[in-house]
Design a protein around this ligand. Structure first.
Ligand SMILES: N[C@@H](CCC(=O)N[C@@H](CS)C(=O)NCC(=O)O)C(=O)O
Length: 216
């Protein structure tokens, strides 16, 4: 039996998990869920009810996206994604992404719910938290991992993708040239294309969908 991944196609946490599983070449049964109608099987596997959730075997569950990434790459990491992401500054980048940046991103996206500041002010905050630091690093190297990508690139990219999509016209003309190049390379990559392959919503008894597409 394959490990089971409960996932939601557009969720940035689920995207980072799928990127790592795809990179590692770990085949899983993909169960696409609708967040407003999560299946009982997901709740049973993880009472937190968030996605992604990876059930490696009955009773063995990983319910945090970064842990899924690390587990997947622990199964296969021919390109050294883990080792290049080991330094404390990489951990800081991911913490900032998941913390201050994610908060500013959500407020920028749903600015009408956060009237303490304007959408542009929330956007500026998001830039200050993460986009500026990314630009400084990516001006010197094409990837956060250096010449080659690493876990940090894949962990952070889905959130920058979401940020860029809030106002794609503004982003395309923005001054973060190196970050935009990095974003576009990830967005157009074969790995990302495989990750964003559309699958029907899972329900009990549905035919098994294997991820990555085409894996055994
Ligand atoms: N810390 C978790 C966060 C996962 C998370 O918040 N996922 C969102 C979807 S993007 C979710 O499932 N939210 C619950 C909901 O919307 O009901 C992780 O890294 O996996």
């Amino acid at each position: 039996m394959l490990p089971i991944l409960y996932s939601f196609r557009r969720c940035p946490y689920a995207i980072r998990a799928r990127l790592a599983l795809g990179q590692a070449g770990v085949a899983v049964e993909l169960r696409e869920v609708v967040l407003s109608r999560k299946p009982a099987e997901l709740w049973a596997a993880s009472p937190a009810g968030t996605v992604p959730v990876l059930q490696i075997e009955p009773g063995r569950v990983i319910a945090q996206s970064l842990d899924i990434m690390r587990w997947a790459l622990g199964q296969g990491d021919a390109d050294g994604w883990l080792v290049r992401a080991e330094s404390p500054d990489h951990r800081t980048l991911i913490d900032t992404c998941d913390g201050d940046f994610k908060q500013a991103l959500d407020r920028y996206k749903y600015a009408e719910r956060h009237p303490q500041r304007s959408a542009h002010e929330w956007r500026d905050e998001a830039v200050r938290c993460l986009i500026d630091p990314l630009e400084a690093r990516l001006a010197d190297d094409p990837q956060l991992g250096g010449a080659q990508p690493c876990l940090t690139d894949a962990a952070v990219f889905p959130f920058v993708r979401q940020f860029a999509a809030v106002d794609a016209v503004w982003w395309a003309a923005s001054p973060w040239v190196a970050t935009r190049r990095w974003h576009d390379a990830w967005q157009g990559s074969a790995l990302m294309t495989a990750c964003m392959h559309k699958t029907p919503t899972w329900q009990p008894g549905a035919p098994v969908t294997v991820f990555p597409p085409g894996a055994a």
